[in-house]
Design a protein around this ligand. Structure first.
Ligand code: APR
Length: 310
């Protein structure tokens, strides 16, 4: 029997995620949205591409949660996206309410699922999903680090004229302006990045990575990125469904790792059939460590605002 993945939110990120999962044929997909007809129409359109793309997976759209019952993974993309001039944090209270109501429904129908929040501000939404679901920490894993890392790797590959596959990097911390590209462990073809680029050029690439989401928002004007975000979600879904145990930067609940307590922050994790099977701690320079603490403090501020709002 095929696995089942629910994607809540049939907008840009949600529909593209559903499409990627459907086309890989790795799971049946339930696509949910509050807009009447939207998830049904997109799901049917996707299903009808099956004979051409060679997928026998099922994809159904609905405005309720009955169709989501028994999901292995539930990806949450419902919420509002950024417009030019907005930061991810500007979305906080609106998306907090949406994520709260969605998680309450999801857990009724799929009490054993792995929750994968994507809605921004991501780390705060993961914290909310964790609290509302009451799930153990291994079953709540947020998508952000793979996306931020993919942007960093894309820019490095372009700069050095090499394959993106020859770059290795991790971007940690919160999914915001304070994210931490770990320069010390970034390599291209096995060589440390510091040997290949000047500090000033590297700093420019780090800055472009940190502003990567805003760069897309500035170009699109009516919404935010979705091709790279959905690709990152699909990688996480496959690592879990196929128990690949890939080590990927994801948003995880920390209880002392990296000196951070009781907070969701982006760190490398081993992602397998049980969700987060291990938080991987690697050595950071003093500077990187301080940047990670600053990033965690920024996430904590959002979590405090949510707590005050109820
Ligand atoms: N239940 C289900 N769906 C909802 C709900 C809800 N309570 N509230 C909103 N939605 C749906 C909207 O109807 C819309 O179709 O969520 C969808 C969001 O889609 P887009 O506006 O296209 O936004 P998108 O680009 O997909 O981004 C979604 O992901 O990357 C993050 O920052 C981004 O928070 C944003 C989220």
């Amino acid at each position: 029997m095929r696995s089942k993945v629910t994607v809540v939110g049939a907008g840009n990120v949600g529909a593209t995620t559903a499409q990627r999962i459907f086309e890989r044929g790795c799971a049946d997909v339930a696509l949910v949205d509050i807009v009447e007809g939207l998830p049904q129409g997109k799901a049917l359109d996707m299903l009808e591409s099956g004979p051409v793309v060679g997928s026998d997976a099922r994809v159904v759209g609905s405005n309720g949660y009955e169709e989501t019952a028994g999901s292995d993974i539930v990806v949450i993309t419902s919420g509002i996206a950024r417009k030019p001039g907005m930061s991810r944090d500007d979305l906080l209270l609106t998306n907090m309410k949406i994520v709260t109501s969605v998680v309450q429904e999801v857990v009724k129908y799929s009490p054993g699922c792995i929750l994968m929040p994507v809605t921004n501000p991501l780390d705060a939404m993961a914290q909310r999903a964790f609290q509302v679901s009451g799930f153990p920490k291994n079953r709540v894993v947020g998508m952000a680090g793979i996306l931020d890392t993919a942007r960093f790797r894309t820019f490095l590959a372009e700069e050095l004229d090499v394959s993106v596959e020859s770059t290795a990097a991790y971007v940690l911390g919160g999914h915001g302006d304070t994210m931490v590209p770990v320069v010390g462990s970034t390599t291209v073809g096995g060589r440390p990045i510091a040997d290949l680029l000047s500090p000033s050029r590297l700093a420019e690439i780090v800055k472009r990575t940190q502003d990567g989401g805003a760069e897309i928002v500035g170009l699109l004007k009516t919404g935010s990125a979705y091709y790279a975000p959905s690709a990152a979600v699909a990688q996480m879904v496959e690592s879990i469904l196929f128990d690949k145990k890939q080590i990927l930067p994801c948003t995880a609940y920390l209880e002392g790792e990296y000196g951070i307590h009781g907070l969701f922050v982006g760190v490398p994790v081993k992602l397998g059939a049980n969700g987060i099977e291990e938080v991987i701690e690697f050595d950071l320079t003093d500077e990187e460590s301080a940047a990670l603490q600053r990033s965690a403090a920024a996430v904590r501020e959002l979590v405090d605002v949510m707590a005050a709002a109820g």
